[in-house]
Design a protein around this ligand. Structure first.
Ligand code: UDP
Ligand code: MG
Length: 320
């Protein structure tokens, strides 16, 4: 059976980029279906993540111009990860495979051919991996690569240099729907689902127009979420550190007691003050890390919806 593909594209304030990249996605669908790799029912699915510019108007008029364009709109801006999730969940019962990709033309859409081939060869998840990071600044390259290493050091299973450009089969998505967490870090969650997977390599380009919505602050937030949503190692490291400090202080105390018994003078008050301040600081820092996890539990127990769709372009089309 020829699979139906949905290309899932999150868009937030992308009025400058969409008119350029949308036809490229459609062309890709066209090429793949002409090659007999995907069915004629394949679609380009835009997820408007509560944009404040003309993005939704553009998506609506694209949908009116060609039935292979379709779109959903989130009731407000919820962030990239939630937008991708909304699109994937929308697509999962309508298709056999999804490919999620950013709408800014940075990811090479030609890698999709290889992704679909890998699916046809039996893979259920195909990760798009950046072959090099030439277009990044030194800072971004350095921090990003260091971060992937840190993640794997924390025991989080992530594919090195893979972001959110990936093919996922509907079969995997149906299982993925059971992952109910609200703190999303998709690239770390898909490996948990299992199934046969592989990677394809591509070069990432510059953004076609507009500017990145991932300033340093958001990038750090995502990076932090990645660790605390998927790893409890920081808590374990705190326990270990606490243990080491307690043992060392106990030994030091024993040393001071023995010295006092032998008639030697104890260290001055300055040392004590330093030690107290140091421990105070360490405790506050560690409480903060533990608090971070408690905060996550708080959000998870509330189990608020991870996305809310307010409109669908399909609803506007006259029913046949
Ligand atoms: N995006 C989104 N919601 C947001 C921020 C970004 O849906 O709150 C989309 C954006 O339109 C783009 C993708 O996520 O398609 C990646 O964002 P961006 O290109 O700004 O990030 P970068 O590539 O610089 O990491
Ligand atoms: Mg981008």
């Amino acid at each position: 059976m020829i699979p139906t593909l949905y290309i899932v594209i999150p868009c937030y304030n992308e009025e400058e980029v969409l008119p350029v990249t949308a036809p490229q996605f459609l062309q890709k669908i066209d090429d793949l279906s002409r090659a007999g790799k995907i069915s004629g029912e394949s679609r380009v699915l835009f997820v408007d993540d509560g944009s404040r510019d003309k993005t939704w108007e553009i998506i609506s008029s694209l949908a009116a111009s060609d039935r292979r364009y379709t779109g959903i709109r989130q009731s407000r801006n919820r962030g990239h990860q939630n937008a991708v999730l909304a699109g994937l969940m929308e697509a999962k019962d309508k298709c056999d495979i999804t490919i999620s990709i950013d709408c800014d033309g940075q990811d090479d859409i030609n890698a999709m051919d290889e992704m679909v081939d890998a699916y046809l060869d039996g893979c259920e998840i195909v990760y798009g991996v950046r072959s090099k990071r030439d277009t990044d600044t030194f800072f971004k390259r350095f921090t990003a690569e260091g971060y992937y290493k840190l993640l794997s050091g924390m025991g989080v299973d992530v594919v090195f240099n893979h972001a959110d450009y990936r093919l996922v089969s509907a079969r995997v998505l149906r299982e993925f729907a059971n992952f109910k967490e609200v703190n999303l870090f998709l690239r770390g969650m898909f490996p948990l689902v299992g199934f046969k997977s592989t990677s394809v390599y591509y070069e990432r380009h510059e953004r076609i127009a507009g500017s990145s919505h991932y300033p340093l602050k958001k990038m750090l937030a995502l990076a932090f979420d990645g660790i605390t949503s998927l790893s409890v190692k920081p808590i374990r490291m705190i326990t270990l550190f606490g243990l080491i400090v307690s043992v060392l202080s106990f030994i030091a105390l024993l040393g001071i007691a023995i010295a006092a018994l032998c008639g030697a003078a104890a260290e001055g008050w300055a040392v004590t003050a330093c030690a107290v301040c140091f421990m105070g600081g360490v405790q506050m820092l560690f409480l903060g890390v533990v608090g971070e996890y408690v905060g996550k539990i708080y959000l998870e127990t509330k189990a608020r919806p991870r996305y809310i769709i307010s409109e669908r372009t399909e609803d506007r089309r006259p029913k046949p």
